[in-house]
Write a protein that binds this ligand. Sequence first.
Ligand SMILES: N[C@@H](CCC(=O)N[C@@H](CS)C(=O)NCC(=O)O)C(=O)O
Length: 339
Amino acid sequence: MSDGGDGNRSLGHTPFKRSRSHFTDRITADGRDGWPVEPGRYRLVVSRACPWASRSLISRRLLGLEDALSPAVADPIQDDRSWRFTLDPGGRDPVLGIRYLGEAYDRRETGYPGGVSVPAIVDIPTGALVTNDYQQITLDFATEWTALHRPGAPDLYPQQRRDEIDTVMAEVYEDVNNGVYRAGFATGQKEYEEACEGVFRQLELLADRLARQRYLVGDTITEADIRLFTTLVRFDAVYHGHFKCNKWKLAEHPVLWAYARDLYQTPGFGDTVDFDHIKRHYYQVHTGINPTGIVPLGPDLTGWLAPHHREELGGRPFGDGTPPGPVRPEEEVPPQGRP
Ligand SMILES: N[C@@H](CCC(=O)N[C@@H](CS)C(=O)NCC(=O)O)C(=O)O
C-alpha cells in the first residue's frame, strides 16, 4: 500500500505528514485544463470509508450531480496495490473495466511514484486519471458544474461568504480533519498530545459558534459543514478509539452531537455514510496501530436517528433551494452500514 495519504505507517519517529495531491487538473465549465464539464464523461472513484472522498459523495448528492457523474465505490480494504474494485462483479469497475484504481493513475502517468488515493476523477473515454485533488474537487462541483446541477440545488460556496467559509475550513482542516490523523498516526507522545489537544480545542471553538447558529457559516448548509461533518460522523466509530482522540465522545457533547445528527438526517449526508466500510477500513488497514485487525462491535449507532431539535435555531438548510430526492437504489448503503 502507498504512503500517499493515510496508509499504514510503521513505527518510527517521523511526524505524520499528509502528502499533497499530485494531479491537480481541474474540470471546469470552460475546460481550460483540457477537461470540460460534460455529463457522463467522468467517473468519481471513492471509498465510503474515506472522509476526503465522502465530501465528494455528499456534495454530488446535494447538488444533484447523480445523472452527470457516476460513482465507483472501492473496497474499503486496500491490498498492496491500493484501492481495488473487489465489490464489483468479477472484481472490475463495470464502467472503467479496471481492477485497481492505480491502473487509471498509470494511464495518466506511467510509473507514477506517488500514492494512489481517493477521491479520484477518471476520464471514461481514455481511462486516465484527471484529478485526485480532494480540496478542489468539491469546490468545482459547487462552482464549475453549475450547468448540470439539479433544479433547487443549494449554493454550497456562496460568493459573498467565501472569505468566512475559507477561514472556517482552514481551521477545520488543520485541527480537525487532519488533526485526528496526526493524533492517530503519531509515533511520539508529545506529537500525539499536541494533535489531540488541538482536535478538542478546535472542536470546542466550533461548538461555541454552533451553539448560536444552526450551520457554520450563514444560515444555510455550505461546503464548511460538509467538511466538518465527514470527521464528526467518523468520530465515535473510529477516531475516538483507533486514533485515540478520546477526551470525550461526540455523543457526549450536546452541541456537536445535535449538529452532527441534524446533518446526518438531512438528505444527501447520512444516506452516503457506510459505518461498516468506515470501521473495517480503519481498523483492518492500519495494522501499525491495530495489529490484530480486530474491528470493534460498537458504538451503538441508533442515536444518529434521534431528534436533534436544531431547527429551533432557525436556518434554512438549502437556502432558496430544496433537498435532494431519494438515493438511487443502486447507490443505497447496505443495512450493515446504517444505524
Ligand atoms: N489525495 C490526498 C488525500 C486523500 C487521501 O488521503 N485519501 C486516502 C483515503 S482516506 C487514501 O486514498 N490514501 C491512500 C492509501 O491509503 O493508500 C493525499 O494524497 O493525501
